[in-house]
Design a protein around this ligand. Structure first.
Ligand SMILES: NC(=O)c1ccc[n+]([C@@H]2O[C@H](COP(=O)([O-])OP(=O)(O)OC[C@H]3O[C@@H](n4cnc5c(N)ncnc54)[C@H](O)[C@@H]3O)[C@@H](O)[C@H]2O)c1
Length: 258
């Protein structure tokens, strides 16, 4: 007899899933949804208090989750954290990488402090690359894996006043396109997600004129909700997402239709 969990390709039962940025916003919503669908969630973030809250929410609902504090802008820390997780849980089936910062906004490219440029790239791009590098060897060996990175509409269209962020997210989209092709015959799919503006704490520091500009570009006429993005992450991280790879999924209320 076929067990239900084997035919439900959206189920995460018996799967270990790493979620970064899990202390807040989209990552937190994704961690909760994935756990609700059966995943054993390993929640990563810099913010330990937020991680504890996410794990408490999941376990209170009967789900499985643990956390580790990690700064994804530190290469050695990323590699050793992934190795420690693999030692503890064995196979990592999926990664949902939602850690990110907007950086300072409302600043013209020529006025951006170089340290701020580097910081946005280290977190939003290098962190994603190192996580992918850390996970791919075991995923290739297991002939299964799902990797989902949070890019942004900013990486497709470019938001004025946010050049470090635009650069990092466009780089991430390019990285995903190529590495997905390299892993395509190993049962691994690697995709990105490009949200328009979503109601999360990241936007608390975004200048009002930048936020108004972003909402004005959205035909649906409102901010997206983190739970809406979590649904797309859950698909891209699931067995169901088996024939889409290297792609950047839109979730922009109609802003980007390409
Ligand atoms: N909210 C939006 O409008 C929006 C739009 C497009 C893309 N995104 C992307 O979605 C992702 C999630 O954003 P969000 O809206 O949930 O933001 P958020 O600020 O609510 O959550 C981001 C999380 O990343 C963590 N983080 C930041 N730097 C880190 C580091 N160096 N190491 C580990 N963790 C770190 C933060 O502590 C935080 O918990 C980001 O990559 C963001 O760029 C968000």
């Amino acid at each position: 007899m076929v067990h239900m969990s084997e035919v439900d390709l959206t189920s995460f039962s018996n799967q270990n899933v790493i979620v970064t940025g899990a202390a807040s916003g989209i990552g937190k919503s994704a961690a909760i949804l994935l756990a609700d669908r059966g995943a054993n969630v390993i929640a990563l973030d810099m913010n330990e208090a937020g991680l504890k809250e996410t794990v408490a929410t999941i376990t209170a609902a009967g789900g499985k989750a643990t956390y580790k504090q990690l700064d994804i802008s530190k290469q050695d820390a990323v590699l050793s954290c992934v190795a420690a997780i693999q030692k503890e849980v064995g196979q990592v089936h999926a990664l949902a990488n939602s850690a990110g910062i907007s950086g300072k906004t409302g600043i013209m490219a020529e006025n951006v402090e170089w340290a701020d440029f580097i910081r946005a790239i280290e977190i939003n791009l290098y962190g994603a690359i190192w996580l992918t590098q850390a996970l791919l060897p075991a995923m290739k060996e297991a002939k299964y894996g799902r990797i989902v990175h949070l890019a942004s509409i900013a990486g497709k269209e470019g938001n004025p006043g946010m050049s470090p962020y635009n650069t990092a997210k466009a780089g991430l989209i390019g990285f995903v396109k190529g590495v997905a092709k390299e892993a395509a015959t190993f049962g691994i799919t690697i995709n990105a997600i490009a949200p328009a503006v979503i109601r999360t704490p990241i936007n608390a520091t975004v200048a009002k004129e930048v936020q108004d500009y972003m909402v004005s570009k959205i035909p649906v006429g409102r901010l997206g909700e983190p739970e809406e993005v979590a649904e797309l992450i859950a698909f891209a991280a699931s067995k169901a997402c088996s024939f889409t790879t290297g792609f950047t999924f839109d979730i922009s209320g109609g802003r980007a239709t390409y």
